[in-house]
Design a protein around this ligand. Structure first.
Ligand code: C2E
Ligand code: MG
Ligand code: MG
Length: 877
């Protein structure tokens, strides 16, 4: 490899111009003097000069040829040339081994030039040279000022001295080289570290000028280092940080030499962005190797961003926690609260600090401690990560608060459970509402009694218990008799009041374990558990009937109500709630059919009758469609003349299997189902058409009237007046001959539309008669409100005429009432001549009854109904 640096000539010149050459020049006169005084062997001065300069030049050439850190043969040769040059001089002047010290000059020169590698050649050449020199003396070739054999002994000593000294110098040089190598290695290591370090190292002098920056300066900050060197380093720093740094220890007197200060600061990078660094600043101004303040800057931009994000997240959490509208709390895994927000504290009526350290169980309602505690233990054990439950806490003032609680477990980054976080929402109000709703869903709003749903449920449970424990269950189905009358005549408010009072009575009359429920309308059901035998249940039912039957005082008046009760008793075998209810219901219907105000124990016959009742309803639908209905006519007779003045139209059902069915058997059903509306209109049209027909045949006779019954349900139909108008138009009947019979209750029905309808009917010219008068609750005021033509005294009063003084008085009173109001009086259900006589005495105007004739179909009367009663005698309905 070619040597770099100056060439051969330059090296030779440099070598020859050195101080060694001056030394050589100085030696020449010394040698000359030495020869004069016999201190140097007798050699000509020119020879000496020649030897000296040859030695000097040869050595200089060898160094110029193979300079520096040579090795191998070149080094060996160069060392040899120099040592032999010195040896030549030593032996030429006759001093031989006594000048061996001169060899060390050459050794030192070689060691300096090539290092410890020169040790061996120096040793070899020096010792060998002395040996050759001694041989030359011995051979008489070389002069010697020291006599023989002394000179040989000296040469041995000189060899040893030179040898050891060479070795010593060699070792010293080797050590120095090792130390230098170490320094170099460490420098290189340092350089490599600095080179590759991501930390920026900057050195600033006492004036603040940048004197050094590590390569990371360019990499991290993006500047061109060459441009920045010499500029003020502080310019790179953020104003705030510079001021902060100026105030900090780094700028104070404490920042003494070799002291280090730390700070976090921002430096602007080449793009203009501020980057965060962790700076470690050391004052090395007095260190001669540095002469500056060294700043080691670690890029912590990401860390600061993370820290800020964390701080922001913490702040967000803190504010979300503190300002949360719902209660929030942190508790350790044992359940001790260590952080509580204001909402939570407010919820529980404490100050937040008072709750710190409190165990959750201390503020939990005792009833919920178990459930809440077991969930918490599972969470703390890491079995679950979260749970939700509705639980009660105890408020500071002692009352319980219903809350919805959700708790989740917070784990460390390595999954270890740390603590729990709970969110608590006050649901006391919601619970109350939902309890109210639940209560409302299973209770009757009017009486507060359980409703059908709750009773059915309880009945199911009771049956289950009875199956396990024995005992019987009684179900009493209770329906108030003629409650509709009360409602229609005294108003719904009174009706409701009555139901409430009866509900209360029933509740207090029964055992707490029994259930009294209202099934809607005027129906109540009593459920009795643990009964022994049917007789015991029947006793209870009788007692219930008595409770209902005792007079009730509502709104200042006494009302008497009775009830029809059906009783069903659970059998030994499995029973279903709905079957038991159905049976009790069927028995109740039977009680109604048997004349109301009684208790009937369910038997199979009752069930069949109930089934029949349902079937009838279905069949009635078909009856209307199939034209199975018929109209019968019963004459009405003027008592003063004995002549027929008109007819009452009475509907019949010609059942294809059961024969003629009376209205009492299907009219209530038709009213229940609403079928009465089309049936009633059909009867009205049929009757009008018939009377027009008869009238036409009687040509010129006094017009006959036709009375048609109208149920309250029909009156409630807003279309009734128009329908009537149509019928009147279609049949061309004289409206004045049409009498619509309404019961007292229908008449005084308090609905607006009923009243409007009634007036609309009167406007069309038809007449109104009050049917079954005396059985309802109408008042004189009601009677005066409408254009009524007649009052029909109910059959029940007519029955006792002439027999029961009370009935005679009632009929007398009704007739005189009618007359005093300017109305006609009609007696219904006249059966005996005695009754007829009594009516005549009383002064009743008209009568109808079996005595004059039973209702008959028009076809049975032939073409022409006689004015007298002959035509009616044989016929029957
Ligand atoms: P109501 O309007 O009071 O009719 C008189 C009832 O007394 C009729 O019964 C009639 O047959 C019966 N009757 C007449 N004379 C005597 C007698 O001397 N002795 C006895 N024991 N009874 C007598 P019916 O036909 O069974 O009708 C019963 C009730 O059905 C009627 O009572 C009426 O309220 C209702 N009704 C009948 N047809 C209709 C109709 O087309 N529409 C409406 N809404 N109701 C009707
Ligand atoms: Mg009638
Ligand atoms: Mg009647």
């Amino acid at each position: 490899m070619a040597e770099s640096g100056p060439g051969f000539g330059a090296r030779l010149r440099a070598r020859l111009s050195g101080h060694m050459q001056l030394l050589t020049l100085a030696v020449v006169p010394v040698f000359w003097l030495g020869t004069r005084i016999g201190m140097v062997a007798d050699v000509s001065i020119w020879t000496l000069l020649g030897v000296l300069f040859t030695a000097q030049w040869t050595t200089a050439i060898a160094y110029a040829l193979w300079p520096g850190r040579q090795s191998g043969w070149r080094l060996f040769l160069r060392v040899g040339i120099q040592q032999w040059s010195i040896l030549l001089v030593m032996y030429a002047i006759g001093w031989g081994p006594t000048l061996a010290i001169g060899l060390l000059v050459g050794v030192a020169d070689n060691l300096r030039e090539s290092g410890s590698k020169a040790t061996l050649p120096a040793l070899v050449w020096s010792v060998a040279g002395i040996a050759v020199g001694q041989l030359a003396i011995a051979a008489g070739v070389a002069p010697s000022l020291v006599p023989e054999p002394l000179v040989h002994g000296l040469s041995v000593l000189a060899s040893m001295g030179v040898g050891f000294t060479i070795l010593l110098l060699g070792w010293t040089t080797a050590e120095k080289e090792a130390a230098e190598r170490e320094v170099r290695a460490s420098e290189e290591r340092f350089r490599a570290l600095v080179q590759h370090s991501s930390d920026v190292t900057m050195v600033v002098d006492a004036d603040g000028d940048l004197t050094y920056a590590s390569p990371a300066f360019e990499r991290v900050l993006g500047y061109d280092l060459a441009e920045e060197l010499g500029s003020k380093a502080g310019q790179l720093m953020h104003d705030d940080d510079r001021e902060a740094l100026a105030r900090s220890a780094v700028a104070s007197s404490e920042f003494a030499p070799h002291h280090t200060g730390r700070a976090e600061l921002r430096l602007r990078d080449a793009t203009g962005r501020w980057r965060w660094f962790d700076a470690s600043v050391t004052n090395l101004l007095e260190d001669p190797a540095v002469h500056g303040i060294v700043a080691n800057l670690r890029d912590i931009d990401e860390r600061v961003a993370d820290r800020r994000a964390l701080a922001e997240a913490n702040a967000r959490f803190r504010s979300a926690f503190e300002d949360a509208p719902i209660g929030m709390a942190l508790a350790d895994l044992d359940g001790h609260l260590f952080r509580v927000n204001t909402s939570m504290a407010n919820l529980l009526g404490y100050e937040a600090e008072d709750l710190l350290g409190v165990h959750v169980s201390q503020i939990t309602d005792p009833q919920d401690r178990d459930s809440s505690g077991s969930e918490m233990r599972r969470l703390a054990a890491g079995e679950i990560d979260a749970y939700r439950l509705e639980k009660r806490y105890v408020h500071a003032d002692g009352h319980s608060i219903w809350t919805s609680l959700s708790v989740s477990l917070v784990r460390s980054s390595d999954g270890e459970p740390l603590y729990q976080i709970g969110q608590i929402e006050d649901i006391t109000e919601r619970r109350a509402i939902s309890e109210q709703l639940t209560h409302a869903a299973i209770h009757d709003p009017l009486t507060g009694l359980p409703n059908r749903t709750l009773l059915t449920d309880r009945l199911g449970l009771a049956l289950e218990r009875a199956r396990r424990n024995g005992g019987q269950i009684g179900v009493i189905f209770l329906d108030l008799d003629r409650f509709k009358f009360v409602n229609d005549s005294l108003g719904h408010v009174t009706g409701d009041e009555l139901l409430k009072i009866l509900g209360d009575r029933l509740r207090t009359a029964m055992r707490p374990s029994d259930t009294v429920a209202r099934f809607g309308g005027d129906e109540f059901v009593v459920l009795c558990e643990g009964m022994e035998g049917t007789a015991a249940i029947m006793d209870v039912a009788e007692r219930v009937a008595d409770v209902i039957a005792s007079p009730v005082s509502v709104a200042g008046q006494e009302i008497f109500v009775t009830a029809s009760l059906g009783v069903a008793v659970s059998s030994q075998g499995p029973a279903r709630a709905e079957n038991l209810l159905r049976d009790a219901d069927a028995a109740m219907y039977q009680a109604k059919d048997l004349g109301r105000a009684r208790v009937v124990l369910f038997d199979e016959a009752a069930r069949i009758q109930a089934v029949h009742h349902v079937q009838t309803g279905t069949e009635l639908h078909h009856a209307v469609e199939r034209g199975e209905l018929d109209v019968y006519y019963q004459p009405m007779v003027a008592l003063d003349t004995g002549l027929v003045t008109g007819f009452e139209a009475l509907v019949r059902w010609a059942h294809p299997v059961g024969g003629v069915v009376k209205p009492s058997e299907f009219i209530p059903l038709a009213e229940e189902t609403g079928l009465i509306v089309p049936i009633g209109l059909w009867v009205l049209e049929e009757a009008c058409r018939q009377i027009v027909c008869w009238q036409r045949m009687r040509n010129g006779c006094k017009p006959l009237s036709i009375s048609v019954n109208l149920s309250a349900r029909q009156l409630a139909e807003p279309t009734l007046p128009d329908e009537l108008e149509n019928i009147l138009t279609r049949t061309k009947v004289d409206p004045r001959t049409v009498v619509l019979e309404l019961t007292e209750s229908a008449l005084i029905g308090d609905t607006e539309s009923a009243s409007r309808s009634l007036h609309a009917l009167c406007d069309r010219g038809v007449q109104i008669a009050v049917d079954d008068f005396g059985t309802g609750y109408s008042s004189l005021a009601h009677l005066r409100r409408f254009p009524i033509r007649a009052l029909k005294v109910d059959q029940t009063f007519v029955d006792g005429l002439g027999v029961e003084p009370e009935d005679t008085s009632i009929v007398t009173a009704v007739v005189s009432l009618a007359h005093s109001l300017g109305l006609e009086a009609v007696a219904e259900g006249l059966e005996t001549p005695q009754q007829l006589a009594a009516l005549r005495t009383i002064g009743c105007d008209f009568a109808q009854g079996y005595l004059f004739g039973r209702p008959q179909p028009a076809r049975a009367l032939g073409d022409r109904p006689a004015d007298d009663l002959q035509a009616w005698q044989p016929a029957d309905c």
